[in-house]
Every structure is written in C-alpha cells, then in structure tokens.
Design a protein around this ligand. Structure first.
Ligand code: GLN
Length: 310
C-alpha cells in the first residue's frame, strides 16, 4: 500500500476535509425519521483504521452519529454465523436498482428481498436474529462492543422511538414478507429489533476499527478473533460492492471501486482489503440517501492512494 508515512495521511485527511466545506449545501439531512432531522448539517469527519493498528482521523471523528443502515452489515454477519447457507434461501444477493425502502420489487419476487442490505433484506435478517437469540437487541450491542473493544456503545433512545413511531413503510415491507411466509417471528418484534440496531450511536473512529475483520479475511486484528469465516468475509464484501450504496452502487464502483455501505445518519464505510477501513460522516444526503460529503471524501482518498480494487 502506498501510504507508509503516517504524518502524510493525517495531513491529507485534514486537507480533504477543508476542501469539502462548500458541499454541505448540496445535500439535505434525512427528515423522514424526525429525530435525525435535528442533527446539525455542517459537520464532517473522516477516519482510516489500518490492519497494523494505526488510526488516522480528521474533523469530528469522535462525534457520535446514528449508525442506521450500516448496522445491516453487523446484523448480516451475526445471521450468517447463526444460520449458515440457509440464509440465502430467504434473501438474494443481487443489486436491486431501487431505492433502499422500495416495496414494488418485493411483490413481484414473492417476498424474497433482492439483497440483505436493502431494508426488506435487513428485516429478514432481523427476523433471523429475533428468532435465534433470546435477547437479540442486547446480542447486537454486545457484538458491536466486542468489535469496537468499547463498552460504551448504545442505541439512541430518541432515534429508536422516532423510528418506531414513523416506521410505516418498513412495517409494510415486513407484513408483505410475512404474507409470503418469509418472516417467522411477530412483525412488531422484528421491527423493534431492526429500529434498535439502526439507532446505534457510534463515531467514525469506532466504526472504522469495528469493521477491520472484513479487510482481514474475517479476523479482527486487535483481538485475533475469527469474527466470521474467510468465505463469509468475501461474501459480505461482494454484497457491499454491488449493493451497499443502493441504486448508486454502480456509480460508486465506477468512481471508487471499494466495498462500501452508507446509512441515512450520514456515514459511509469503505473496506480496503488487506489494508484497512475508511469511514466518513457528514449528515446532508443526496437523493439516493448517501452522504454528499462522505462520498466525496472517500472518493478523493481512494483516488489519491490508488485504492480501487478494479
Ligand atoms: N432506519 C432506516 C430506515 O429503515 C435505515 C435506512 C438507511 O440508512 N438507508 O429507513
């Protein structure tokens, strides 16, 4: 990997962050979850965690934000570990080409979601967790605490309650899938788990460290724990490459070329196999639900360091 000089990387992150300032105005903070609409828009951070244990960051990298759809990665890994290949009978591995909360495709395709990182797929994953853990919300937080090596990881109650109150579209997805027999537990319980994991509060530095195992064939470098099999780490990265940025995944592969996942809290993570994890955060989103500034930061960094896998 080209970067060996740590001072250079920190200086580069600072420089990129300063250049992004004018972009705040070209996005809009998510407001379909009212608690997220209260977040101040003009904030940004970027962090890079590497497999050798180094961490570089710039901006508000210790400021917590809402994990939102990035939580789908952790839920997926837990469900893959619990259910094995059976999971792939209930959820597919194809890009959807539709917005993350779209309903139309789901009826045509008999209640089988296109992939586990659109909302419908993540709700199936939540059903697996609710059905296989006696306390799935706690199990999710425990998993994340282990991966970040930090105890202070919680769900933000205000965001959780706000999602519960305004979750009609996700409820529609869940009931439609239940009608096709693809949800086992009771829908309200599944939605509670899903909203709770989305409401996890985390910062850029914690998030970058937590996902290092995906850049390291399933092994978390700081603990040496085999978090998932090498094959599953590859599979998660494959899904993130084709679907992690929703219907902007093609453009992201074209411009950046890394497995990545966004959330409507404004964060994006990108996995750089054999090197590390990049996280960026800034609340204003484009029309696909991806952070404008975070996209720009990751694209620029990948460009500068020549990180594209393609
Ligand atoms: N909790 C959000 C939802 O269900 C997650 C969406 C996202 O981050 N893209 O709509």
């Amino acid at each position: 990997m080209p970067i060996t000089n740590t001072t250079d990387l920190s200086a580069l992150l600072q420089h990129m962050l300063a250049q992004c300032q004018p972009l705040y105005r070209s996005g809009k903070v998510a407001d379909y979850i009212p608690a997220l609409a209260q977040v101040a828009p003009q904030q940004a951070a970027v962090a890079v965690a590497t497999l050798d244990g180094r961490l570089h960051s710039a901006g508000a990298a210790q400021q917590s934000f809402s994990l939102q759809s990035i939580s789908k990665i952790f839920g997926l890994v837990m469900a893959m570990n619990r259910l094995g290949d059976e999971l792939w009978q209930r959820v597919n591995m194809e890009p959807s080409g539709q917005p993350f909360n779209s309903i139309v495709q789901l009826e045509w395709e008999q209640g089988i979601p296109r992939n586990p990182v659109i909302n419908a797929g993540a709700i199936v994953v939540a059903d697996v967790l609710v059905s296989h853990y006696s306390a799935s919300k706690t199990a999710f937080l425990t998993f994340l605490r282990r991966l970040t090596a930090e105890e202070a990881i919680y769900a933000d109650q205000q965001v959780y309650l706000s999602e519960l109150e305004h979750g009609n579209r996700n409820a529609a997805l869940a009931y439609l899938m239940k009608s096709f027999g693809n949800i086992e537990a009771e829908v309200p319980q599944v939605l509670e788990h899903y909203f709770h994991q989305c409401a996890t509060a985390i910062n850029c530095e914690q998030l970058a460290r937590s996902l290092l195992f995906l850049a390291n064939r399933g092994v978390q470098p700081h603990s040496n724990e085999q978090v998932c099999s090498r094959r599953d780490a590859h599979r998660v990265n494959a899904i993130l490459s084709t679907s992690g940025m929703y219907d902007q995944s093609g453009e992201f592969a074209f411009k950046v070329g890394l497995p990545a996942k966004s959330g409507v809290g404004g964060a994006i993570v990108a996995i750089v196999p054999q090197f590390g994890v990049i996280t960026a955060w800034s609340p204003p989103l484009n029309r696909f639900g991806n952070s404008v500034v975070a996209m720009q930061l990751i694209q620029q960094l990948a460009d500068e360091l020549g990180l594209s896998l393609f």
